[in-house]
Design a protein around this ligand. Structure first.
Ligand code: AHR
Length: 674
């Protein structure tokens, strides 16, 4: 379930539009003149995108629709001290039943998936087995289908346990799969028979007729003997675009609604992991899911990589976003692992050629023909056509050390020689200014990189103070990708209107400088309640609901109202130091002129908008206003939204006056009528 944008209408009645008394107006309204005759400036049509990192349970327990936690029994205490292979699982013994759990590693399903569960049934009763409550809870909906599956074989031959009876392995093991309500009521079940010594996948569809937000998944065995079990899985059939091994629909749709023009993944810090031998290995994230290597992630939990490179690229295609994968520059994070401060480690130089080959293989996997070595793996997964990879990030927030430079250059030289068509995105360290920033940019200039990634998590006021940041950037040099940014208000756990408007102001400056700022993505994107390592985030969620922030609304308003030409127009008469800014773009596809005005002041303003040049006499005006009772408001989970965009439509002439309320973002979309 997600908060519906139609909630906007409920709020419209109480919208705080500035009264004449409230807004101490300048003597005359401000003026925004838009010259339609001017050719304007070509700007990036791809400005607003998203950055996905598996942090805050964004993938497993998040966007990846798998409902079972620890499906392959690979959890260890390396992630959290009290975690182990049975984390998330309970042994179930029904009336008269007895048995126990064991861990197997001597006959794995795949070498990347080394552990499995050994279920021993001493006395079957009405069933002995295992149960899983997913990530905190499993929500099932009435009448919806769920794809349950597991891999299994019969492990025991002859006498297996003490004093034991001889077990006839020629008999199959009857199994029941169930969805149970919190009170134990069986909501759906399916019988299966496991037979033989070979790992085999078993599957059934479960369709509960009753909903339960706290269901559990149960697998029961019904005969004396045993089962080796791995990849015990439960997926809603209702994934995004109905894809198998797919994405949670409500979350994916919330992201898609941003109309992101690109998707950067998989990190962030996740890319370079916790040490020089812990980089994100894309090769272990493609192919059959049971062959992907689950692994502790540096944010302190487990990743199955069920949402791997194939799924990322497919998601990009599904939402019309350009893929922008990021690879490590051959160094780990300077804050990685146990190393305090600048503990960056480089991959040993003799390992760099193999590492660079992995990057070349990634390009072949994404873009190569279906009969190439890596293209064939993509094709086998169901995508014979190339994905059309164009951008590749190398490095993330790295300290610009000699180790970094040497390895980056090695990667860069090979990529340039073998794949000049790939646009390499460099890095300028973790901050908006400072040593790494300066060195990162200097290095980018030295190599003539086409695009450089900048990151800044700063105060709302910083955005207002830096609206001119990109005006002096060299138009002939590298373009900018603002790969991670967010306004952090005083209380970092709250995504306030103040922070959202500061980001909106920043976005107007990105648009005004869209000839040099090519991409921008807020960070982080997703956060599961109760499992959040980083605040604030753009979209919060739990097992049942999605809670978009006000900052999300800002991203959506810019993503869905982007343009490709900046029109020369600026708000005249704005007193110095006043938090009021604007941008005016044209979208050539629709011909619409789009005006965005951000007012971060505790007072409203009124402005006259005048369209000059070949202006029409009538325009259809669609106005969207995001504002709230005060700058401290934030959308709280499960509560009516504190502020939502309110849309109105009207007809205006080539000159009209408009109010810009206290603490607001206004988007005016003008379409010629006559
Ligand atoms: O977005 C969260 C983290 O912030 C990213 O992993 C990292 O790049 C940055 O420090």
């Amino acid at each position: 379930m997600r908060t519906s944008p139609t909630a906007a209408l409920l709020f419209a009645g109480s919208l705080l539009l500035p009264s004449a008394a409230h807004a101490a107006e300048p003597a005359t309204p401000l003026r925004l003149e838009i010259d339609l005759a001017a050719p304007g400036k070509a700007i990036s049509p791809d400005l607003v995108g998203v950055f996905f990192e598996d942090l805050n349970y964004a993938a497993d327990g998040g966007l990846y629709a798998e409902l079972i936690q620890n499906r392959s029994f690979e959890y260890t205490a390396t992630a959290q001290a009290d975690w182990g292979p049975f984390f998330g699982w309970d042994l179930v013994k029904t009336a008269g039943g007895d048995g126990h759990l064991g861990l197997g590693d001597y006959r794995p399903l795949h070498r990347h998936n080394p552990h499995y569960l050994l279920l021993t049934v001493l006395a079957p009763g009405t069933g002995v087995g295992i149960a899983n409550r997913g990530f905190d809870q499993i929500r099932v909906e009435a009448g919806r289908s769920y794809a349950a599956s597991f891999w299994a074989y019969q492990p025991f031959n002859g006498i297996k346990w003490s004093g034991g009876a001889t077990i006839d392995q020629s008999k199959t093991m009857p199994v029941t799969l169930q969805l149970q309500a919190k009170d134990g009521t069986v909501l759906a079940e399916a019988p299966l028979e496991v037979t033989g010594r070979a790992w085999t996948k078993y599957a059934a569809t479960l369709t509960p007729q009753r909903a339960d937000p706290e269901a559990r998944f149960v697998l029961l065995a019904h005969a004396q003997g045993g089962l080796a079990l791995d990849m015990v899985s439960l997926f809603p059939a209702n994934t995004f675009k109905g894809r198998a091994n797919g994405l949670r629909r409500d979350l994916a749709e919330t992201i898609a609604d941003l109309q992101p023009k690109f998707l950067r993944f998989p990190g962030g810090c996740l890319v370079h992991g916790s040490g020089a031998h812990d980089f994100y290995n894309w090769k272990e994230t493609v192919g059959p899911v049971e062959q992907r290597r689950a692994k502790r992630n540096l944010w302190g939990y487990y990743q199955t990589f069920g949402l791997g490179y194939f799924e990322f690229f497919q998601f990009c295609e599904d939402i019309g976003a350009k893929p922008l994968p990021v690879v490590s520059a051959g160094v780990c994070c300077q804050h990685a692992g146990d190393s305090p401060g600048r503990g960056q480690e480089g991959l040993p130089l003799d390992e760099m050629p193999a590492y660079i080959q992995d990057i070349l293989d990634l390009i072949e996997w994404a873009n190569g023909p279906a009969d190439s070595k890596w293209g064939a793996i993509r094709a086998a997964a169901g995508h014979p056509d190339p994905f059309g990879l164009k951008y590749l990030g190398v490095g993330n927030e790295d300290a610009i050390t000699p180790e970094f430079r040497e390895r980056f250059r090695m990667i860069f030289d090979v990529l340039q020689a073998k794949h000049p068509e790939i646009v390499i995105v460099g890095t300028s360290g973790p901050f908006a200014t400072g040593e790494d920033f300066d060195h990162g940019w200097a290095f980018a200039r030295e190599l003539e990189l086409p695009l450089v990634d900048e990151h800044y998590y700063v105060s709302p006021q910083w955005f207002w103070d830096n609206l001119a940041r990109y005006e002096n950037y060299d138009r002939k040099g590298a373009k900018v990708y603002v790969g991670e940014y967010a306004a952090h208000d005083t209380d970092k756990t709250r995504s306030t209107l103040r922070s959202a408007l500061a980001e909106a102001a920043g976005l107007t400056s990105f648009e005004r400088n869209g000839d040099v700022v090519q991409f921008a993505s807020y960070a982080p994107l997703l956060a599961r309640r109760g499992h959040t390592q980083w605040h604030p985030d753009l979209i919060y969620f739990d097992a049942t609901s999605v809670y978009p922030t006000l900052n999300y609304e800002v991203q959506r308003l810019f993503g869905t109202n982007s343009g490709d030409t900046l029109l020369p127009a600026s708000l005249a008469g704005v007193p110095t130091g006043v938090r009021l800014t604007s941008s005016v773009v044209r979208d050539s596809a629709s011909g619409d002129v789009i005006v965005k005005v951000v007012n971060g002041e505790e007072r409203g303003f009124s402005a006259t908008l005048a369209l000059a040049g070949p202006a029409a006499s009538k325009y259809r005006l669609t106005a969207t206003v995001l504002t709230g009772a005060n700058a401290d408001v934030a959308n709280e989970d499960g509560q009516p939204p504190a502020a939502v965009p309110v849309v109105t439509a009207s007809e205006v002439g080539a000159s009209f006056t408009r109010e810009f309320p206290t603490n607001s973002l206004t988007v005016l979309r003008l379409r010629r009528r006559e």
